[in-house]
Design a protein around this ligand. Structure first.
Ligand SMILES: [Zn+2]
Length: 121
């Protein structure tokens, strides 16, 4: 909820914040959505968390849990679902939905996700 206060949704006015626990750390890393004047670059709160966590850890991160907050239903978009499930299919994801808080594994939110084929050799 605090992360959503930092959001910069110049155009949509839809504030979203996210916070996550990352494997190998006890820190809670937060992020928020940002929209720029070009309208070409929009950073979602979930993406901001993953970028910040990767920067802090200096490498790939494994999301253990991620909470997403905004006013009303805030299910992660398809791109964010792919990024979270790539980090950890078993990551627990929480967000407001249908008047309650939905809790699901990342892989449940994106059952037919894209995966690169195994590399030969
Ligand atoms: Zn998104």
């Amino acid at each position: 909820m605090e992360a959503a206060d930092h959001a910069s949704p110049r155009f949509s006015k839809f504030r979203v914040g996210a916070a996550a626990r990352i494997g190998g750390s006890t820190d809670v890393i937060s992020g928020w959505n940002v929209e720029d004047q070009s309208l070409a670059a929009v950073l979602h709160a979930e993406q901001a968390v993953l970028i910040a966590a990767g920067h802090l850890r200096q490498g790939p991160v494994k999301v253990l849990r991620m909470a997403i907050w905004g006013h009303g239903d805030v299910p992660p978009c398809g791109r964010c679902r792919q990024m979270i499930v790539d980090s950890n299919p078993a990551a627990r994801v929480l967000f407001p939905y249908g008047g309650g808080i939905l809790v699901a594994a990342a892989e449940e939110l994106l059952p037919l996700r894209f995966s690169l084929p195994p590399t030969p050799g």
